[in-house]
Design a protein around this ligand. Structure first.
Ligand code: G3I
Length: 357
């Protein structure tokens, strides 16, 4: 009996081994998507600069969300609820509810609140887009809006994206109602209005594509040179960093960072997400792409670390869980661009961030 059992066991073992005597159970050479990664430190504990999250008022009612938010981040950006189309309901009418919820949360939790964004062509309320008054009246409404919002929050909002995305994808100045009605110097005017309202507020220009589109970067830098020559108050620049796991090359990102540092401007990686499925070639989040995202995160944090500490405004992520990302609806592909799974598990991207410090 005993021998037959041993023979049977041997047959089973042999059946499980492949020709070179290895087990048939594949040894994963690439980590599984969560890799069983358990963080030893939170992002805000590990980083010497602020680590931010773009969030929405409705999310702040859920403990599973705020538990991670509070543990990992020390800066907040309103994903959309501090924009003009939400706040500015009429020439002298304001809806402060959503923005108050976000600012009050930040104050309660001791988190910095970065204001996003005072002037953006995609968040102009309809009544202003179609305003039938004079250009001078239009500009007075914009000036009054900027100064009302900046004054309303004072130092509860440490900084503002004063103008967002003023350059088009060909690098020229974007055709917007602000350009049309306030003239080619409208960006400078908006910064001056914000500075008049608050002498201490940090004022940012924010845009996308400046880490891969040479024309857009060149034109933005030319504007910043002009502003600095004319004494237009700009303290920093938001590089949005909506990038992919393999584009652009880190050298392009480093070049943009170095150009801002040369000008003594604070640098904010302001809307970070890392697409892993830009070509729509995967339908599940593979271990290979998880590892690629980890490596990409590590290298962009290493690039950020080259900035002198006094110019490091911080790194802000544009969403917490993969499923929260705007990218999914925008591009229509399955996507896993952020730091946490939909179950709030830390992804390898979190590991990459910490290792990049
Ligand atoms: O939450 C409401 C929902 O209650 C309502 O039923 C629905 C329909 O009205 O709207 C929902 O709010 C939407 C919100 O996203 C949350 O999903 C707003 O309409 C929609 O306008 C908003 O879009 C935001 C967009 O900016 C426009 O403000 C995106 O979340 C946000 O990710 C995106 O962020 C921009 C940056 O500000 C600038 N850089 C590019 C980036 C991506 O477009």
């Amino acid at each position: 009996m005993r021998y037959s059992f041993i023979i049977l066991l041997s047959i089973c073992i042999l059946a499980c081994e492949n020709s070179d005597g290895q087990s048939d159970t594949p040894t994963p050479t690439i980590p599984t998507v969560d890799a069983g990664y358990t963080p030893e430190v939170s992002l805000k504990e590990a980083a010497s600069f602020p680590v931010g999250m773009a969030t929405q008022a409705a999310y702040l009612d859920f403990f599973s969300y705020t538990d991670v938010l509070d543990k990992e981040f020390n800066s907040l950006t309103a994903e959309y609820q501090m924009k003009q189309n939400i706040i500015h309901t009429g020439p002298t009418a304001y809806n402060w509810g959503p923005s108050d919820a976000l600012v009050n949360y930040g104050r309660r939790k001791g988190m910095r609140v970065h204001g996003h964004a005072l002037v953006w062509h995609q968040s102009v309320p309809d009544w202003l887009e179609n305003f039938e008054g004079t250009d001078a009246e239009f500009e007075e409404i914009v000036k009054s809006y900027i100064q009302t919002v900046v004054n309303k929050y004072g130092t509860d909002v440490a900084s503002w994206d004063v103008v967002n995305e003023a350059f088009n994808d060909q690098g020229g100045i974007r055709e917007t109602v602000f350009l049309e009605r306030m003239g080619t110097d409208y960006v400078a005017k908006c910064f001056q209005y914000a500075r008049e309202a608050n002498p201490d507020m940090l004022l940012f220009y924010n845009d996308y594509g400046t880490v891969w589109d040479q024309a857009k970067l060149t034109n933005m830098l030319a504007m910043l040179n002009d502003f600095q020559k004319r004494g237009i108050p700009v303290d920093g620049v938001g590089l949005q960093m909506h990038i992919t796991y393999n584009f652009p090359e880190i050298s392009r990102i480093q070049f943009a960072v170095d150009e801002l540092v040369k000008r003594g401007l604070k640098v904010h990686f302001s809307e970070v997400d890392i697409r892993v499925n830009p070509d729509g070639d995967i339908s599940t989040f593979t271990g290979e792409r998880a590892k690629a995202q980890e490596d990409r995160m590590r290298e962009i944090v290493q690039a950020y670390q080259t900035i002198p500490p006094d110019l490091q405004f911080g790194i802000t992520f544009w969403g917490l869980r993969d499923g929260d990302s705007w990218l999914i609806n925008f591009w229509g592909n399955p996507e896993w661009p952020l730091l946490f799974t939909d179950a709030y598990q830390h992804k390898l991207a979190h590991k990459g961030f910490v290792e990049g410090l």
